[in-house]
Write a protein that binds this ligand. Structure first.
Ligand code: GLN
Length: 486
């Protein structure tokens, strides 16, 4: 079997048995990236030399009987995570030559566990987008159909994993940016509970919503990576000091008796009819494994998208004020005065979608509008979180669609922000309430992957992973590979 076809878990076994070395594995994936990424544009930076050096160190550690739980395993980082000595662009012209002086906590933890970083993945600019078309470095293409979007904002991470250029990638999710691209590319994506994983060194978009997670090809691989990334970090004041379970050990537990809730509002006219059939089939599989299914009502869930598009822009307008050409970011040439420097640096450095969000955010935070928009949105946010809390009194997991349609054509929605925003209609609620969410492949519509969305109670990633793993033991959608990348 070709190495690229193997999951992270399978690769770990091969490294352990000495079937191949990390250097051989890393080399073979770097060759695949060189051969295929021109079509996909999944990478902003490929770190070949660093990767080979890290692989060599991993092989030496293994020979000495040392090395962490990910020793020698290749991964990719979304280009939103600071990586010391390597460009960190966040998909923006604003940071297109920014070399971070330090590593994000998760970058540090994964490296300490022995992971080998192949490069940095393309993404929507500052993680704002659902199609990867807002990236300064151009759109990423979906390996299942190169004319289509892989979703966003973690489209590079998702496309790299789906096309077998890397077995796993880190990603971030503010409103759906891990789960929606996972759904559109037939990969597994998990956004943990808000506060589960450190955001130190992860460039901020909307601080009360942003969370780091992973995109992989199996639930088991996601469990392995999450176990390394999760846990308290004193450098992030929003990171909670909750014990991290052994996600891998808990995977094997049966889902007999698990209670699954279906949100009535998630199966209305907004959902593509064929996708709806795939989702219902997947839920039937979970039932056949011993889960029981009940309908739950979330009366406020339809307000998720408008609420998010007040809260997220407000927070982004504040977070992105640091990119002014003086403290951080692109600096315009030959400014006339300080104001001209600020205006032109920001005007040149940011793309249209980011500017739209900054303007919306500044507006909803301004005197006279704050109460009407921002405060109101925060109140509605509580009602939405309460809908989830009430549902979790009755059920262990909420299941439904991740995205309303399979992958759409590049260019199709780019001039229509509202339609684009609606792509996250099923995922945003989990961010507003801080709940963990996961997407797993559950079939195809016209040859394009469909994702099943699972949401769990705070800090209960384990149940999501267990549910996904049980499903993947009896189905093979997650092993399907796009034809051109087999
Ligand atoms: N697509 C949503 C947005 O554009 C969510 C992005 C994200 O989760 N980072 O804001």
């Amino acid at each position: 079997m070709d190495l690229h076809a193997k999951t992270l878990t399978e690769l770990a076994a091969g490294l352990d048995s000495g079937e191949y070395s990390s250097v051989e594995l890393t080399q073979s994936l770097l060759e695949r990236i060189a051969a295929h990424d021109e079509k996909l544009n999944a990478f902003v930076t490929v770190t070949s030399d660093n990767a080979l050096a890290a692989a060599e160190r991993a092989d030496q550690a293994r020979a000495a009987g040392e090395g962490g739980v990910l020793n020698g395993l290749p991964i990719v980082h979304k280009d939103i995570f600071c990586t010391r000595g390597v460009k960190t662009t966040c998909g923006s012209r604003m940071l297109d030559n920014f070399v971070s002086p330090y590593d994000a906590t998760i970058v540090e933890r994964l490296a300490a566990a022995g992971a080998v970083v192949l490069g940095k993945a393309n993404m929507d600019e500052f993680a704002m987008g659902s199609s990867n078309e807002t990236s300064f470095f151009g759109p990423v293409r979906n390996p299942w159909d190169l004319d289509r979007s892989p979703g966003g904002s973690s489209g590079g991470s998702a496309a790299a994993v789906a096309a077998r250029l890397a077995p796993a990638a880190t990603a971030t999710d503010t409103g759906g940016s891990i789960r929606q691209p996972a759904a559109l590319t037939g990969t597994v994506g998990i956004k943990p509970t808000y506060g589960r994983v450190s955001r130190y060194g992860m460039i901020a978009f909307a601080s009360s919503l942003d969370q780091a997670g992973v995109i992989t090809r199996s639930a088991e691989d996601a469990a392995r990576l999450l176990g390394v990334m999760a846990g308290f970090d004193e450098r992030d004041s929003t990171c909670l000091n909750e014990p991290v379970p052994d996600y891998v050990a808990e995977l094997g537990q049966s889902i007999e008796g698990l209670k699954i809730g279906l949100v009535r509002q998630h199966f209305d006219e907004g959902l593509d009819a064929d996708c709806s059939v795939r989702i219902k089939e997947a839920i039937a599989v979970l039932e056949s494994l011993g889960a029981t299914v009940v309908e739950v009502d979330m009366p406020n869930i339809d307000l998720s998208v408008p609420t998010y598009y007040v809260v997220a822009p407000a927070e982004c307008s504040s977070n992105l004020s640091r990119f002014d050409g003086v403290r951080f970011g692109h600096r315009a040439d030959d400014p006339e005065d300080l104001l001209d420097l600020y205006c032109r640096s920001r005007g040149e450095g940011f793309g249209d979608e980011v500017k739209r969000r900054i303007m919306t955010g500044t507006y909803v935070l301004s005197a006279g509008y704050y109460d009407a928009y921002y405060l109101k949105a925060q109140q509605v946010r509580h009602l939405i979180a309460d809908d989830f809390k009430n549902a979790f009194e009755e059920v262990d997991v909420i299941a439904g669609p991740t995205a309303p349609t399979p992958a759409f054509k590049l260019g199709d929605k780019v001039d229509d922000p509202i339609t684009m925003y609606l792509n996250d209609i099923y995922t945003i609620g989990a961010n507003l309430g801080g709940f963990p969410g996961m997407s797993i492949p559950c079939g195809f519509v016209d040859g394009l992957p469909v994702g099943l969305h699972l949401v769990g109670h705070h800090f209960d990633e384990s149940t999501l992973l267990r549910c996904a793993h049980a499903y993947q033991q009896v189905t093979d959608f997650h092993t399907a590979c796009p034809e051109d990348f087999a």
